[in-house]
Design a protein around this ligand. Structure first.
Ligand SMILES: [Ca+2]
Ligand SMILES: [Ca+2]
Length: 259
């Protein structure tokens, strides 16, 4: 009898020990797993956000682990709905019954246990050159520089009800002139102040360069301030460079890139 009682006590101790270990270590681990967010930008980029850190998934094996996972899908900044994604040479999206859907515009998808809001926006003409001249001069570029692309995006990116202007100026891939120096510059103007986002000025390297453009304004960490995905397109089908910038301590910081 004594040995049976000892046996029951031993079993009880093991069960209680197991429960305590699960509560101490198992539950936080399960919570941590749920905190991982995945952001897919076009066909070139998969980023993971975990414990306030971004990592780029570079390998095919790392990317294909998300096959048949359900994502919230956006096309050209507009929500399409929830679809299952599958990666081959590019991302394909399917409904629950595995019927394929066709996505032609700019493609963004995420899986997170919160909403990543995406701003809808337009590219507008730059009618007032004041800030463009100022930025050209700061970069020792001529005031009468020619552009292959110049536009601004006006959005309230930080939720203070005041619209900020995001400018993009570049002379990369000019068709009708040959610049001595290539430049691609992205900056924000808020309350008359210029905040640099991206700045690439150098000797003209022609078709080896890439042309920057605003890809998406997305609040990846749900704090009410939108992050900026700035992309850079190569001339041929060599792919796109994607970079995510976060506004922190009054400046744009590069959080992650696909290269
Ligand atoms: Ca604002
Ligand atoms: Ca944010």
């Amino acid at each position: 009898m004594a040995s049976k009682k000892a046996y029951i006590i031993l079993i009880a101790i093991i069960v209680i020990f197991g429960l305590v270990m699960f509560v101490l270590f198992g539950v936080p681990n399960i919570k941590k797993e749920a905190m991982e967010s995945v952001l897919i930008v076009g066909d070139n980029t998969t980023w993971v956000y975990k414990e306030q850190k971004w990592t780029n998934q570079a390998s095919l094996v790392a990317i294909e682990q998300y096959n048949w996972r359900e994502f919230k899908v956006f096309e050209s900044n507009k929500e399409l709905g929830n679809y299952y994604l599958w990666h081959d040479d590019k991302w394909y999206a399917f409904k629950e019954d595995r019927e394929a859907i066709n996505i032609t515009g700019n493609f963004i998808a995420y899986d997170a246990n919160y909403e990543m809001k995406i701003l809808d926006y337009m590219e507008n003409e730059v009618d007032d050159m004041t800030y463009v001249y100022q930025v050209l001069e700061e970069n020792n570029l001529a005031r009468d520089s020619l552009f292959s692309s110049i536009y601004k995006v006006s959005v309230d990116f930080d939720g203070d009800s005041i619209v900020e202007d995001f400018y993009l100026i570049t002379n990369v891939f000019a068709l009708d002139f040959e610049p001595e120096e290539d430049f691609g510059i992205a900056f924000m103007v808020k309350n008359g102040e210029i905040y640099n986002i991206y700045n690439e000025v150098g000797v003209a390297v022609g078709l080896d360069n890439c042309k920057p453009y605003y890809n998406t304004f997305i609040d990846t960490n749900n704090d009410g301030i939108y992050e900026v995905i700035l992309s850079c397109g190569k001339y041929s089908t060599e792919g796109v460079i994607d970079r995510l910038y976060q506004f922190e301590d009054n400046q744009f910081k590069l959080m992650v890139s696909n290269q």
